[in-house]
Design a protein around this ligand. Structure first.
Ligand SMILES: [Zn+2]
Length: 210
């Protein structure tokens, strides 16, 4: 994984989350402007929420706990009715994230650990994919694979093989193809691509993954 790309994406996610909260604030402002009673209810609800906390912690509230609960319930009911009359529900007061799984944090909690969410994994994949200059799959696919580009001359000294580069490439393509065909079978072994940077190993991987 490219950590610089991940860092950049996480920064973008942070901005995306912030934008979602700012958009929510704007939505609320507009709603309150068109329905001031809703703003009053929300402010009363938070005030009663504070009073409830006070009431639980000490005797500093003017209301009994039961009175506060009843007032809160009655305000919530009034709010719900007002929202219904406007064809809205509680989701209106939630930020709109692009990804509901990670809420645009880029991470999801799995038992006791956090893992990258699929949405950010896909973005990392896309970045790498585009960088590999093979995004044009209409042209860059195995139907257009040209074995003529590989020599059919055997040169054991140069290639350390008694196969010509062309035969070797045909074998590699067959092995990779068979790997994908049998990918779901438990007895299928892993496929390891090795080689120096720039040899286009990723070309095979991407094409067989898509
Ligand atoms: Zn996500």
């Amino acid at each position: 994984m490219n950590h610089a790309n991940l860092k950049l994406l996480l920064k973008k996610y942070e901005q995306k989350r912030l934008s979602a909260f700012l958009a929510l604030d704007r939505r609320k402002e507009d709603l309150y402007a068109s329905c001031p009673r809703l703003q009053e209810i929300d402010s009363e609800l938070s005030q009663f929420g504070l009073n409830t906390a006070k009431c639980i912690l000490s005797s500093g509230s003017n209301f009994s706990l039961q009175e506060l609960k009843e007032k809160i319930e009655s305000l919530k009911l009034e709010k719900q009715k007002l929202l219904q009359s406007l064809n809205l529900d509680d989701s209106f007061f939630q930020p709109k994230f692009d990804c509901f799984k990670c809420e645009d944090t880029g991470y999801v909690k799995l038992e006791n650990r956090y893992e990258l969410c699929n949405c950010i994994k896909q973005k990392l994949f896309d970045i790498e994919y585009n960088k590999s200059n093979i995004s044009n799959l209409e042209q860059h696919n195995f139907e257009h694979f040209n074995f003529d580009l590989y020599s059919d001359k055997i040169n054991e000294d140069l290639y350390r093989s008694n196969l010509s580069p062309r035969e070797n490439m045909k074998n590699i393509k067959d092995i990779a193809g068979s790997f994908i065909e049998n990918f779901n079978l438990p007895e299928e072994k892993n496929l390891l691509f090795t080689g120096n940077t720039g040899l286009r190993k990723i070309f095979f991987i991407r094409l067989y993954c898509l």
